[in-house]
Ligand binder design. Sequence first.
Ligand code: FEO
Length: 426
Amino acid sequence: MKGNIDVSAHRRAVEFADGVYWVGALDPTLRNFDIILTTANGTTYNSYLVKGSEGVAVIDTVKENFSDEFFARLESEVDYSDIKVIVLNHLEPDHSGALPELMRRAPQAQLYISQRATSMLKALLHAEEGLQYTTVKTGDSVSLGDRTLSFLHTPFLHWPDTQCTFVEEEGVLFSGDVFGCHYCDKRLFNDLVGDFRFSFDYYYAHIMRPFKKHVMDALKLIEPLQLRQIAPTHGPILRERPRRYVTHYRELSTSSLSRGIGDDDQSMIIFYMSSYGNTARMAEAISEGGSTVEGVRVSLYDLQGGETDPFVDLIEEADALLVGSPTINGDAVKPGWDLLSSLAVVNLKGKLGAAFGSFGWSGEAVRMIEDRMRGLKMHIPRQGVRVKLIPTEEELEECRSFGREIAEVLVGKSQTKEVIDFADLV
Ligand code: FEO
């Protein structure tokens, strides 16, 4: 199906494999998605139909306020009484918005979701009892006669509930948000739409990157498939050379940095900001202490320039992150918060974190940074070092010990002592 396709000109289903149809909706005026993503030309909510000799399956739905378009496309191809199966690969509202109404219109249909989706389903439908659904995992399948839907358990892409569904006979993978992007083009297919590479990578960077490990696990299931097309829930359907996108996902999920240090070395990165050089002196002393521990490579960076984006890759690869900030007006200074907020796109769970800083009056910055690190699920093995104004030689020695102790935790020479905050107890 090449040539001029314009799915905005009608509200009919679009067949792209034998018995497999797009029945989604276009949202070309959207400019911001989930607050965190911008989009220059909107998005699509892709829903699909699979027609088998013994019934029809609907794979995912659309955002609730696009239901009319979805139901019109659905009705152009099937009767509600034909629908035997509904699969929700992901229950975020942009894909489950029309589900309650679809279930009302096709009450005979069996709903298939992942095990982890059950609590979300109950919240979505506001029902604890009487809900009929089947949970599925890798290896499970459902037959539509001459079409078979096989399920792949691919959690955390990018919610706990996510899964993929594969139509074996047609080689079509319904991948959910994976391989998707916010790119609305009424020509619908990757070989016809405009150049969406920037959008594809942007989507990966903001949605999938924190879950790289889970992407790699999913690729182990996806790569062996006899894949002919990928049908994600947003953006173009990848019918031309779909494997390129699988390969690209593997590249994106592999470290972009050469570690530059031996694989056995642990990387400890220290960032600091300093008004009068006092926090800088502490940072240098902590670095000296950390560097005395064999097997640890320490790196020291001044954030005074305020640029944080270049450091995100580095921090993602690091084993320990230390942040030093003075306290000004009862707070850590802005470059520190910029750095810490830029880390929402990477997974820091379990990495070591620590804070330090000089202060004049109250010294809240260190505890605030530690709290943010806990929020990022980092592990804080030692309570941070705070120094009033100019560090004495004794206090600098304390900083050296602090750096050494963090480094020793990294190489397993020192016991981890989780610092308990009162905030953790409530
Ligand atoms: Fe497109 Fe995670 O919803």
